[in-house]
Design a protein around this ligand. Structure first.
Ligand code: ADP
Length: 753
């Protein structure tokens, strides 16, 4: 019997196959009724040189049923065959073959049932397809499981091994299971592929649809624009601005939303203005991430020196900050807080930092802000809603990395309108400020490239969490010598320039400047001095215009002609020493001041009388002082049983509270009861405990400067404050005898013996 090799075909018993005639070379007996054996190849070889190992051991027998139409041969399979002793000679296969029995482990009904189930599933599956109708009749023609699976085998996802496994299964049940699995897998795979295809199509369709809709919108828009040409310019203008702004995604979305509203509403709408303002605001902000400019420390130092005289320590600290920024490659550093009296150069040095860095400068005044919305903005639902001051400042700067000076952070108030300090905290916190969201804008803005500098007169009223974020740098105020240099080098030339006075037309002598500082100003900073320079130049300008050509000479003698007689009534040292009167030193927001403590015994029935609007802490100091004096001078204080002790602290402008007048009060009372006057050369500051210990105080540099300004020559300070002398200008230290004391008796011994 002829043995034929066949590859990759699902062979099962009792199934019809149709072969091409050329599958059987001419010499072979292909006549009807001839028997033939098929062996399955594991692999196909191009040269056709097969060895026995290339065959699977199980094959099938078949009978040629006859020629069917034209060039095909109809074959019907019979039994599964076991092949052995395979030999191949000149392409001819010789082997022994024996029928391999099947294990009939399914009843006929069961077989029918399984076949029915599979066929139903298949019929259902093909329903959805265009070729479903053809497939339906094809499936309905299959008579049994073997027939069905062989007809479908080209469509199923079966490897040569899979096909052989079905043939090799001896148990019917096992074979049916293999077949069912193969068919089900095929159906599932087809479904998934189909779904993917539909999804892809949907996507494509959506894109087409979107493009078409956009075109339609554009078209309709143009028509609308033609009807309302007055709206067009604004809308187009913002369209362009939004596109070129570099806004982040959220901002762009919001802006486009507002722009759409603007289109719909039209100019007559009462909302139009609000929408316009919003778009104008967000498109005026800088949204571009700034390049990190190179920091040149020498240049920065030069700029700082050029614009500000003195302030050595402050400048040193600023340069350090810039160096750290350069190393970290960051546009911001720690937040500096400049603390000092008005006119000490805090704000203007902020401006110099911007100049030194080549960055924009913007100043925001926070004084008196009560409402959180002033920082964070009002929600746009309000009529007249506005952005907060921070974002408004960003707009003014026109940059995304300006140097922003936040002035007077100590004057933020807390009120029903929320807590502005906590809003400010969010602005300054590097963890949060990259997504700062102003309520008006309603979209995040990156503030992390802003270099913040804050200023304050004192740290007392700054909330702790805010203060913790900042690095305090104090501006202690200027000495007379420094003020002179500032006036000469900066204030006067600037004032002349502002008044349009050429350099050669006005000469102010050194003595004149010194007199202005001494008699017309009384301050830690140079604001008053600047004002006087301005007045001087304005008066000089009038004179110059009247009689052109001459150079004006301003001297100590003719100064009053220019500045008037409005000399300040200064708190100068007392000229006469009286028992019970002693000079103290106070710290105020405007710097230091001297103050006088006066005491007197008046007729009455004992006890204390206090006048001069003292605060509670100072009233307590009076009580403590009295107890100390009573203990130290038991004899002398006996008079207090019949007389009333009146304490008065004049000078209305100085706020009088705080404990630092302690030793002054004790000395004044001791001087009164002993009847010994205290020399007016002396001033003093120090808190005192009930045991008479002198405790440290704040604001020493300012106080000593005030003492020196007032002509005091000797000052008692708490011994614990000696370290603070480092911050006091040399000029002040050389002019004062500074006497540190530990106990109040040290003062009394020296002054009263
Ligand atoms: P502050 O912010 O501390 O109140 P400003 O910065 O407004 O003070 O300074 C007030 C004026 O004094 C400004 O015109 C400033 O240029 C000038 N000024 C202050 N300090 C100096 C200084 N060290 N050198 C030159 N000008 C100064």
């Amino acid at each position: 019997m002829t043995i034929r090799a066949i590859y990759n075909t699902l062979l099962l018993p009792d199934v019809s196959y149709y072969f091409k005639k050329d599958f059987f070379p001419n010499q072979e007996p292909v006549h009807t009724g001839a028997d033939i054996l098929f062996m399955l190849l594991k692999n196909e070889k191009e040269d056709g040189n097969y060895t026995p190992e290339d065959f699977y051991p199980i094959g099938i027998s078949a009978r040629i049923e006859g020629d069917s139409e034209g060039d095909t041969v109809h074959i019907r399979t019979l039994d599964r065959m076991d092949f052995s002793m395979v030999e191949i000679e000149n392409g001819q296969i010789n082997a022994a073959a024996a029928i391999r029995p099947e294990i009939q482990d399914m009843s006929e009904e069961e077989e029918k049932e399984e076949f029915g189930k599979l066929r139903t599933a298949l019929l259902k599956f093909v329903q959805g397809y265009q070729w479903g109708l053809w497939a339906r009749s094809f499936i309905l023609q299959r008579k049994n499981m073997n027939d069905l699976v062989c007809a479908l085998s080209d469509y199923l996802n079966l490897s040569p091994d899979d096909k052989y496994a079905i043939l090799a299964a001896d148990s019917r049940r096992e074979r049916y299971e293999l077949i069912t699995r193969a068919v089900n897998e095929f159906m599932e795979l087809s479904k998934v592929a189909e779904e993917a295809k539909t999804a892809q199509k949907d996507n494509q369709e959506q894109l087409y649809r979107e493009a078409a809709l956009k075109k339609q919108i554009d078209y309709l828009q143009k028509e609308l624009d033609d009807m309302h040409p007055e709206n067009v310019s604004d809308v187009r203008k913002f369209e362009k601005k939004i596109a070129s702004s570099g806004m982040n995604k959220e901002a762009k979305q919001e802006a486009e939303k507002v722009l759409n509203r603007m289109r719909q509403e039209g100019k007559e709408s009462h909302e139009y203005g609000m929408l316009y303002d919003y778009l104008d605001f967000v498109t005026s902000l800088s949204w571009k991430t700034p390049r990190m400019p190179k920091i040149d420390l020498d240049k920065a130092q030069a700029v700082l020196d050029e614009e500000h005289y003195g302030l050595k320590k402050v400048k040193e600290r600023i340069i350090q900050q810039l160096a750290v920024m350069a190393l970290n490659k960051k546009q911001h550093g720690s937040i500096l807080l400049f603390v000092g009296a008005p006119g000490t150069g805090k704000t203007s040095i902020g401006q110099s930092i911007a100049k030194a860095l080549g960055r924009e400068y913007v100043r925001i005044s926070l004084g008196g802000i009560r409402d959180e919305a002033e920082i964070r903005g009002h929600r746009r639902t309000y009529i007249g809603a506005m952005p907060g001051r921070i974002m408004e400042g960003m707009k003014r700067s026109g940059a995304s990395n300006p140097v922003m000076v936040l002035d007077e952070v100590d004057k933020l108030a807390k009120d029903y309108g929320g807590d502005p300090a906590s809003a400010l905290l969010e602005v300054l916190d590097p963890e949060q400020n990259s997504t700062f969201t102003d309520h008006y804008m309603n979209v995040p803005y990156d503030l992390s490239n802003v270099l913040f500098v804050c200023t304050a007169n004192s740290t007392d009223t700054i909330p702790e969490p805010l203060l913790n974020r900042m690095e305090v740098i104090s501006f202690p105020g200027y000495t007379a010598v420094e003020k002179f240099q500032i006036a000469r080098k900066h204030l006067l030339p600037k004032a002349m320039k502002a008044a349009g006075i050429p350099e050669e037309s006005l000469e102010v002598t050194d003595d004149a400047i010194r007199r202005i500082i001494e008699e017309y100003t009384m301050e830690a900073g140079v604001r008053g001095l600047k004002k006087q320079m301005d007045i001087l130049c304005r008066t000089a300008a009038v004179e110059l215009v009247r009689k052109t050509g001459d150079t004006l000479h301003v001297t100590e003698e003719n100064l009053e002609k220019y500045l008037g007689r409005n000399k300040l009534h200064l708190e100068k040292r007392l000229t006469q020493a009286d028992p019970g009167v002693v000079t103290g030193l106070a710290w105020t927001r405007a710097g230091g001041e001297i103050l006088f403590i006066e005491s007197k015994l008046v007729n009455g029935k004992g006890g204390l009388m206090i006048t001069g609007q003292l605060g509670d802490v100072m009233k307590e100091s009076v009580q403590i002082a009295l107890s100390i004096v009573k203990a130290l001078y038991p004899e002398e204080t006996k008079v207090l049983e019949e007389k009333t002790l009146h304490i008065h602290v004049p000078a209305g402008a100085v706020p009088k509270d705080g404990p630092s007048a302690g030793i002054t009060l004790v000395t004044a009372m001791a001087s009164l009861v002993t009847g010994k006057p205290v020399s007016t050369d002396y001033a003093m500051t120090g808190e005192v405990s009930l045991r008479g210990t002198v405790m440290p105080i704040g604001g020493l540099p300012e106080k000593l400067m005030a003492a020196q300004r007032a002509g005091i020559t000797k000052v008692f300070i708490p011994a614990d404050n000696v370290e603070d002398l480092e911050d006091v200008a040399e000029e002040v230290k050389t002019k004062l005898e500074i006497i540190p004391v530990k106990k109040v008796t040290d003062v009394l011994d020296r002054l009263l013996g």
